[in-house]
Design a protein around this ligand. Structure first.
Ligand code: ADP
Ligand code: MG
Length: 621
């Protein structure tokens, strides 16, 4: 290679290089444009797309507009109205702040920006940049208050990038996903999305809770809202709101996961880990939870300037935030048991079958359609895809312990009287009273809403498991010394974690000494894990501690052991149960955390309401 002279890049080339990071595909342009419109307080945003965005992307808003004198600057790189000093960067409240999106887009497409910051609808200017140094030309162009960004022929001058474009449909799908995210993040804003002149989505501004729920249902599919648990918790400046899908509403892909930090959609390892940990005990292996969560915190505690596309963030107090999110969701999921406030009947549904429909209002899904879920086919399990009814509404909360005794007394007499249920609604426990055992596998029960089927092994397994966990938590983890202490080589970072985290490790039943700059010696281990691969486990725990400041691996591992014990100690199928035994199991379920799913994440019970039964038999009431 011959040596070349150093020279400054011309403006367009410099911007094209910057565009490499920011403008990956048409949807990136839409994302930047929507962020600008939202930052300008737009209430309505119209998005027109032609040919998957390769031909045209036009985003029109009714926001504040851009002052005439500033219009030229808007297209220049490193020009922004959103921050002015490094202090502002410490606590950014807007979606944009880098001042490079428009300049980048303008360097790889034919861009024009028309704006009017006044109420005089005959005013307005249109700016476009040309040539190697991206000279901006401005001409009058009437525009109502607000801004229109017009981007044509994306990548016309960067053939390498153009080659990476996929089909029109794929590119449009990406655009749609970007619009969905912003539509969730900002329900108070109306969005209209058109493709090739056809309106694909039209979302009105949502002003109240009902409208908000309707918007989430339009974006995530009505089935999600029907089977989601509302979340609402704040502590200090942290707050978490939104919905998480019931464990039985899991997905084969992680495609229904929306997490917003101060209104910005992000993908973050720390957050993903906290959520996964909360679902650990209730999700069927290999399935992914669905959620829409809005997390708010003091902007000074989160660094949004870690990535040009701002998809990633860095939290200043990762450990505290991890703990807050985990504990909030863990609590909400633990409380899912028959009769609890947010528990709907636990019907196994593969949410894949009801794909999200963007702009349809929530609809009633087909009821009691017996189907076989491919993912569970090996378990030979039939599933009801039935309309979900909130049991909480039917029962209005759980009963007291003395009630439970009373129910047990009534149980046998209830059986003979089931035909007319001699109880007032308030007296009938959520899962009702047992009627019979079906093929030694299921308990058939009757409650106020209709009929209940319980998988007795699955239910008993969860009850035993939760009991074992409680016993362990009460008595603490017991440790035993190793006869031959085990040393292992680790990184200096991991040594530091051990030095700081002796207490955390002791709680897990570990005694670990630092015996060198990069060496540890394990002296005591938890008794319960005597048979496990301790070295591997400790390594995993340390890497968790380095990454997230916390680790649940040990607990997960012990839970697994307890779960196996519970499984072996639970009533097997084909055992005859007496009616009082069955009723006792139902009452236990009502008082056990997470009893809606067995230890493997399968549902333990199914409700079929009278309405659903009537529909099955085409009986109009
Ligand atoms: P950033 O958003 O990081 O500031 P951009 O290149 O996206 O950088 O936009 C540059 C500037 O142009 C913004 O700071 C803003 O002042 C102005 N601007 C862009 N789009 C709009 C819009 N839709 N409404 C009002 N102002 C806008
Ligand atoms: Mg911007």
């Amino acid at each position: 290679m011959s040596r070349s002279r150093i020279r400054s890049l011309d403006t367009r080339l410099a911007n094209q290089i910057a565009a490499g990071e920011v403008v990956e595909r048409p949807s990136s342009v839409v994302k930047e444009a929507l962020e600008n419109s939202l930052d300008a307080n737009a209430r309505h945003i119209g998005i027109d797309i032609e040919s998957g965005g390769t031909k045209l992307i036009r985003v029109r808003d009714d926001g504040l507009g851009i002052d005439q004198e500033d219009l030229t600057l808007a297209l220049a790189r490193h020009a922004t109205s959103k921050i002015a000093s490094i202090d502002d960067l410490e606590a950014v409240a807007t979606l944009g702040f880098r001042g490079e999106a428009l300049a980048s887009i303008a360097s790889v497409a034919r861009l024009s920006l028309t704006s009017n910051a006044s109420d005089d609808a005959s005013a307005g200017l249109c700016a476009a940049s040309e040539g190697r140094d991206m000279q901006v030309s401005v001409r009058p162009a009437p525009h109502p208050r607000g801004t229109t960004l017009d981007v044509r022929d994306l990548f016309y001058n960067t053939p390498a990038r153009r080659k990476f474009l996929r089909t029109e449909k794929t590119e449009f799908n990406h655009i749609e996903e970007v619009v969905k995210r912003q539509a969730l993040a900002r329900p108070e804003v109306g969005f209209v999305l058109r493709h090739n002149g056809k309106t694909i989505h039209s979302l009105k501004p949502a002003i109240d809770q009902v409208a908000l729920e309707r918007r989430v249902a339009s974006v995530c599919g009505p089935a999600f809202m029907e089977q989601a648990v509302p979340i609402e918790r704040s502590a200090g400046d942290l707050s978490l709101r939104g919905w998480v899908g019931l464990p039985t509403f899991s997905r084969s892909q992680a495609d229904l996961q929306y997490f917003f930090v101060n209104g910005r959609v992000i993908r973050d390892k720390l957050i993903a880990h906290a959520i996964k940990q909360a679902y650990r005990d209730v999700l069927f292996h290999g399935r992914h939870p669905a959620y829409v969560l809005f997390f708010e915190l003091d902007p000074a505690r989160v660094d949004v300037n870690v990535h040009p596309t701002k998809h990633e963030v860095r939290f200043r107090d990762g450990r505290e935030i991890h703990g807050f999110i985990f504990s909030t969701l863990n609590r909400a999921l633990a409380e899912l048991r028959p009769g609890s406030d947010s528990a709907t009947s636990s019907v196994l549904v593969d949410s894949q079958i009801t794909e999200p429909q963007f702009d349809n209002p929530p609809v009633q899904r087909p009821m009691a359609l017996m189907t076989r879920d491919a993912n569970f086919a090996d378990k030979d399990r039939h599933t009801f895809v039935a309309q979900q009814t909130s049991l909480a509404r039917l029962y209005g909360g759980t009963g007291s312990a003395s009630r439970a005794g009373q129910w047990a007394d009534h149980a046998s007499s209830a059986i003979s009287n089931t035909a007319d249920m001699p109880y007032t609604e308030a007296e009938v426990p959520p899962l009702g009273f047992a009627l019979a055992q079906v093929h030694g596998v299921y308990i058939l029960a009757q409650n106020t809403a209709g009929m209940v089927l319980v998988d007795m092994h699955a239910a008993h397994e969860r009850i035993t498991y939760e009991r074992l966990k409680r016993m362990r938590d009460d008595s603490g983890v017991r440790a035993q010394p190793l006869l031959v202490p085990q040393s292992l080589a680790v990184s200096a970072k991991e040594v530091a974690v051990v030095e700081e985290g002796q207490e955390a490790l002791a709680q897990l039943g570990f005694l670990v000494d630092v015996t060198g700059e990069e060496q540890l010696t394990i002296r005591e281990i938890p008794i319960a894990l005597a048979q496990a691969n301790i070295e591997q486990l400790l390594r995993d725990v340390l890497s968790d501690l380095v990454e997230y400041g916390t680790s649940d691996r040990m607990a997960a591992h012990m839970d697994e052991l307890l779960s196996t014990m519970a499984c072996h100690g639970s009533v097997r199928a084909n055992r005859r149960l007496t009616v009082p035994e069955m009723n006792a199991l139902l009452r236990d379920m009502e008082h056990t955390e997470r009893s809606g799913q067995c230890n493997h994440g399968r549902p333990t019970w199914v409700q079929l309401t009278m309405t659903e039964l009537d529909k099955l038999f085409l009986r109009g009431r």
